[in-house]
Design a protein around this ligand. Structure first.
Ligand code: ZN
Length: 187
């Protein structure tokens, strides 16, 4: 694929994700919070760690993790505190994704990115369920990391409470249980 003005604009929009702060942490007054790009990058690494034994297509999970929050470079990180309905959030993000992918000159690539995002949003395939679980797991891993860095134990307990029964896949549920056990032991 040739690099033209449009593709460069797409690249710049992806770069803007580095500037979108994860709002859940900002609202809690955490200093120097991670960006959406940081979060997506570590999710891709977690998907890589699933290994090849999983029934899921690991490469698809990695790609899905990379694009799952791409719309946020335009619509921002919408959280429950914004009072935006699930349907409205989805529709804002969908039109943002159309706008963003339109800048990719190659139709095949444009469709692939859009398909990955739609698959994630619908949450039906095994890969989408895994990546949705990884999304929550990455958040509690980050919550625990912030707790350890700040030295304030239990500071972000609500992130653990709100995700406790939300994991749908065995592999990530196990990671979640182990993380909670390690956290409890160190409390
Ligand atoms: Zn995410």
């Amino acid at each position: 694929m040739e690099l033209d003005e449009n593709l460069l604009r797409f690249m710049f929009l992806c770069g803007d994700l580095k500037k979108v702060k994860r709002k859940g942490w900002v609202e809690r007054g955490i200093p120097n919070v991670e960006s959406v790009a940081d979060h997506s990058h570590r999710m891709a690494i977690f998907a890589l760690l699933l290994g090849t034994k999983t029934k899921a297509n690991r490469n698809r999970c990695i790609m899905m993790a990379l694009v799952h929050d791409l719309a946020e470079c335009l619509v921002g990180d919408i959280t429950p505190s914004d009072g935006v309905s699930k349907e409205e959030k989805h529709s804002r993000e969908k039109s943002a994704m159309r706008h963003i992918t339109d800048m990719v000159p190659c139709k095949e690539m444009r469709d692939e990115i859009m398909d990955l995002w739609e698959e994630y949003e619908s949450g039906v395939s095994l890969e989408a369920q895994l990546v949705k679980d990884i999304d929550k797991f990455e958040m509690i891993a980050q919550a625990y990391q912030y707790e350890r860095e700040s030295g304030v134990r239990g500071k972000l307990q609500d992130f653990f409470d709100s995700t406790e029964d939300k994991f749908r896949t065995d592999s990530i549920r196990k990671w979640s249980t182990s993380l909670r056990n390690i956290r409890d032991k160190n409390d």
